[in-house]
Design a protein around this ligand. Sequence first.
Ligand code: ADP
Ligand code: MG
Length: 656
Amino acid sequence: MAAQVETFTFQAETKHLLDLMIHSLYTTKDIFLRELISNASDALDSLRFEALTRVELLDNDEKLEIRLETDRPARTLTIHDNGIGMSREEVITNIGTIAKSGTRELREKLRQGVSGEQVAELIGQFGVGFYSAFMVAERVTLVTRRAGEAAATRWESTGDGQYTLSDATRANHGTSITLQLKTPDPENGVEDYTDKWILSRIVKRYSDFVSYPIIFQEVREEEAIDEAGNPQVDEPKTNVVEDKVLNSMKPIWMRPAADVPESDFNEFYRHITHDQHEPLKRITLRAEGTLEYQALLFIPSHASYDFYYHTAEWGLRLYAKGVLIMEQCAELLPRYLRFIRGLVDSADLPLNISRQMLQQDRQVGVIRKWLTKKSLDSLQTMAEEEPDKFRIFWEQFGRALKEGVSSDYDNKDRLISLLRFQSSHDAENLITLKDYVRRMKEDQQEIFYLTGESRRVVENSPHLEAFKAKGYEVLYLVDSVDELVVQYLTEFEGKKLKSVVKGTVKVGSEEESAQVEKELKQKTEEASELLRHIQEHLDQYVKEVRLTNRLTTSPVCLVGAEMDYSPQMERLLQMGQGGRPKQRRIMELNPQHEIFNRIRERFQHHRDDAGIGKYAELLLGYALLAEGSELPDPVHFNQLVAELMLQTLSHTPAAE
Ligand code: ADP
Ligand code: MG
C-alpha cells in the first residue's frame, strides 16, 4: 500500500532563499557537506544530552556516528546519522520554515538583494544550512525517526517551492538525507560528490574536529583466495563492505596551539558559531594547578543581527575531557562579555552536571573569574598592539563592554582603560580617558562631558561655549548607555567627571573661577527682580532662572541641578514608564548678551510690560531647540515668532 503523500508550500522567505541557493553563483558549493555534517553532529549531541535523563533512548553499546554512503550509478550521496531524529511536527517547523526570530531580518536582507558570496553569510546568520544541499542536489529526500518514537517521516523536495511529507519506516532513530546529485560541473564548483577522495578532502578541510566518526562506507570487490593466499581467478568475487573514518576527531584545543594552522581554528570557529566571517581574535588559555582546565575563545569580527536584542542567547560550550556537556553555558562569563564565543574544557567536571549545579559550583566561579580577567587583558593587548582590530572590536561590541562598568566592580579599572569616547578634540578618532587627562589644560580641574543624541547635536550645543573659548576638551557621550556609564564612572585618575549641563561650571583656576563667581553673584543680585519675574512666568517648566558664565555667544540655555537627570536620560525613563512627570529645569541667561541687557533695561522702565513674558517664552523655546529638545507648545512658539517678525518689519517698537 502506497503511503499517503501530502504536499506543502514553503513560506515566502524559504522559497526565495531556495531560489538563491539553486541559482547561486557561489563557487564554494562544497560547504553543503559541512552544513549537513554539522546538523548530524548537533543531532548526535542532542541525543546524548537527552539520554542522560532518559536512558532508554540510547543502548549502551550503540555507537554514535555519521555515515556517508554513495551510489555512483544512481548518482546519490546519503548522509546518515543515528542522532535524535525528528518527529513529523519537527520536520515541518525545522525544515519547512525559517526560525521565526530571524525572518524579519532575513526578509530585509533578501529585499536588498544578495550576491553569490553573501549566500554563505546568510547560511550562517539565519541557520539555514540545510538548504545549502540544493546547491548540489536536484532533489533532497530526508527520512527521519525521532528517538523514543516508532514512526518515521519522509520529506522530499526539488526546491521548487513545495515539499511533500509521507509516513516512512526506519530501523533506528536518526536521520538520513539523500541527495540526488547534479551533474558534476567543476568549473562552477560542483564536484563529483560520489567520489571517495573528494568527500575525504572536504571532510578533512571543514569537519576534521567533529567529535563523532564520519565514516565513508566503501564497497569493494574482493577476489577469492585459497588457503595458501593465492588468488582464485575462477571463483566469483565477493563484495566486502569496509568502513573508513575520514576525520581525526581530535579536539582542536588539545593539540599544541603552535601546531594548528590558523585556518583550522577558523574552521572550528565556524563550526561552533555558524559565523561565516573569520574571527577577529583567538584566545587560547590553559590553567594548570589544583584545577585543570583550558579555554579556546574567539572574538568575532561582526555582531550578529540580534546581538543587542535582549532575547539573544549566549554562552560558551562546556566540555569535560573533550566531551561536550553543555552547548550554551552562560555561567562561564559575565553578561557584558557575551560577544565572546568558544569553549571551556575542564578535566574535573562530571558529565551530567545540571545548570543548577553549575551556578553553585565553586570551580565554575573560579573559571569565570579567570576567563574574565584574561579576556580583558587580551583586549587591552589588542588595543595597544593592534589598534585597527581594536577599532573594529569597539564598533561592534563597545556598547556591550560599557555595561561592565556598572556591573563588574572587580575589573572596573581594566574596563575603564578599554573605554573609547568621542570628543571635541578629534572628529575622526575615539579617545581614551588617559588621552583626555594627558591633554588637560593646566588650570582645568575636571573632566567635562556632554551627553546627547548624536555628535552633530552636541557639537553645536550652547553649553560648550565657555569650554570652547577656554580650549577645554569635552567628551561627547552620544551612546544611549553612556548615561549609565557616567553614573558609575564618577572619577578618573583623581579628576571628577562633570557634565557641562549640570550645576555651575568652573572654568579656569580656583582663583579665577572664584572671581567669576563673585561677579556673577553681584550681577544676579542686581537683576534679581527680573529673574524672579521670568521664573514665575515660566514656572511650569523652569524651577530657577539665574545668570551664567557658561555662555559666550548664546543668550540662554537650560541646565539641570547636579542630581537631575539629563534630557536624554529623562527621555529613556519616560519610554520605560510612560507619563513620568517631567523635571523642571534651570534657565541660565548670559549677562554679557545684548538681549539680556535690553530686556533688563526694558524691565526697569516698564515693570508690568506684558512683552517681558513673551520674551521669556521665546528664550525658553530658543534654549530647547538649541539642545535638540522638543518644544512644549510649538504652535504657540510660532505665533510668538510671527508676531516678533511683524513688529520688526514694521519698525514699530512694541511698548510705545
Ligand atoms: P541550523 O542548524 O542552524 O539550525 P539548518 O538549516 O542547518 O539550521 O537546520 C535546521 C534545523 O533542522 C536544525 O536546527 C534541526 O532542528 C533540524 N535538523 C537538520 N538536520 C537534522 C538532523 N540530521 N537531525 C535532526 N535534526 C536536524
Ligand atoms: Mg545547521
